[in-house]
Design a binder for this molecule. Structure first.
Ligand code: ATP
Ligand code: MG
Length: 270
């Protein structure tokens, strides 16, 4: 079930991360946030990353997105055949929507930035709004819709952009438990159709196993690769998958390693 080599078996990975280290300058001197981290992600693969708080997950995602630099090593996202397609789109935990734009304008924003004409971008945005049951809210402003709806808007804005790689940092982390379950189901359905390459960070081990083809565990600070688990549970999956014996078995095996690491992280902080 586990493997020491974090490379995906595909011939030409979409994402290549080799021996990446990130140092931050702090008042106490240089601090290693991510240490010698290697991970390849295959085309169309859904990879989830889990690790104790402060282990460097967001730092890694920001480096992947090109929003932060790495200190050493290599990070590469292989471009697709369509040069107009963006390499990546990011969804963060906070509802990163523009309050002064309507729902549909928010969804169409990435396309607008890429110079896609108004009729086409509204058509694409409309498609995605319908896809997640937000058609009626197209003309609303973000303050007029719920947190769950805002996060749907963030997610479909990234999807409307049609990036090679979707990068998600705790996208459902701010939501209540029920809304989270509904959006997990929605994400599963959308992913079955689009088969995007996804790197998905979550604190929820259940969410990682439910969504991912692989679950990557990172060590407590500084973040290194701890273990990789292949999730062989057949698709399509739904939230009912959480109640299966196969799921419970995987959760137990992964928690065995993750739990120890979380305890270690807490001991380091105390
Ligand atoms: N801009 C920065 N300058 C200095 N240190 C930083 C900076 N950003 C993050 N760090 C530190 O780097 C480490 C990794 O932070 P990061 O946010 O990547 O962790 P994380 O795994 O995403 O945590 P969480 O699960 O709580 O979101 C932490 O010790 C954090 O304090
Ligand atoms: Mg984080």
């Amino acid at each position: 079930m586990t493997e020491t080599n974090a490379r995906a078996p595909a011939t030409a990975p979409r994402i290549v991360t080799r021996n990446v280290t990130k140092l931050y300058d702090t008042v106490a001197g240089p601090m290693v946030a991510v240490d010698d981290f290697s991970l390849d992600v295959a085309d169309g693969e859904f990879v989830c990353i889990v690790g104790p708080s402060g282990c460097g997950k967001s730092t890694y995602l920001r480096m992947l997105a090109g929003l932060d630099t790495h200190s050493s090593g290599t990070i590469h996202i292989r471009p697709g055949s369509d040069p107009k397609k963006p390499l990546n789109s990011v969804v963060f935990q906070e509802y990163a929507v523009f309050p002064w734009k309507t729902v549909i304008e928010n969804v169409a924003f990435g396309l607008q930035m890429r110079g896609v004409g108004k009729a086409e971008r509204l058509e694409v945005a409309q498609y995605w709004l319908e896809r997640v049951g937000l058609r009626k809210f197209a003309g609303y402003y973000p303050h007029q819709i719920s947190g769950g709806m805002k996060q749907r808007v963030s997610i479909i804005r990234a999807l409307a952009n049609d990036p090679e790689v979707l990068l998600m940092d705790e996208p459902l982390g701010a939501l209540d438990a029920q809304t989270r379950i509904v959006l997990q189901d929605e994400l599963l359905r959308i992913w079955e159709e689009t088969r995007k390459t996804v790197v998905y960070i979550t604190h929820s081990l259940d969410e990682a196993i439910l969504l991912g083809d692989r679950v990557i565990l990172m060590t407590a600070h500084p973040g290194r690769l701890l273990a990789t688990f292949h999730i062989g549970i057949e698709r399509p999956r739904t939230v009912e998958t959480l109640n299966t014996a196969a799921f419970a078995e995987l959760r137990g095996a992964i928690w065995d390693q993750l739990g120890r690491e979380v305890t270690r992280a807490m001991e380091m902080q105390s």
